[in-house]
Design a protein around this ligand. Sequence first.
Ligand code: URA
Length: 224
Amino acid sequence: MGIEETARALEKLGFGEIYLTKSGKKGGARRKGKMEDRRKLLQEHFNSFKDCTKCDLHRNRTQVVFGDGNPYSPVVFVGEAPGEDEDRQGRPFVGRAGKYLNKKIEEVLGLKREEVYITNVCKCRPPGNRKPTPAEIGACFPYLKKELEIIKPKVICCLGATAGEGILGKKLSITKVRGQTMPYPYDPKILVLLTYHPAYILRNPRADTEFVEDLEKLRELISG
Ligand code: URA
């Protein structure tokens, strides 16, 4: 097992900080080398933009909604932007769409929500839950990019066209590209998997079958 998988396995068992030890000199003295603490790095990153005013979304937000979950997760789910519930509670995907997403993560991936990492392309709620504009996504993207640099997932699973467009930097028709994978432009070792947004499936229940297919593909990608 490589160091990344070991860290992820330990994190799953509830270890927050992992220390790598090497047998040292005489008397069993041990040299301690601390493995990168992604929770701390994320906290520092979030603190750096909690008062962001780069776009007008700051005017109506209750708070910036950061990503949450396991920073050693092999997958990062990326949604569009916080809605009303998320803006109030300060966590992504806590409303109806989030409950559906959690259920599918458990059923298909066999993982609890806390075992994966969930975030958005836009960290502030657009008024009336409208789609974020390209300018708003552009202003927020450096924050997501840095978040992904810290987590280094195997797969970025984009929930809906807005997330896919933000991550890949090009226009998409999600019904055409769902189920497909492409390299993440800023780190081609990371795969981007495109699928539907959970809120779309709640409005179009027949899309559930395809969403499950996409999550099954994701399960294969992260288990390999
Ligand atoms: N929809 C999103 O895209 N993100 C959330 O956090 C909640 C709903």
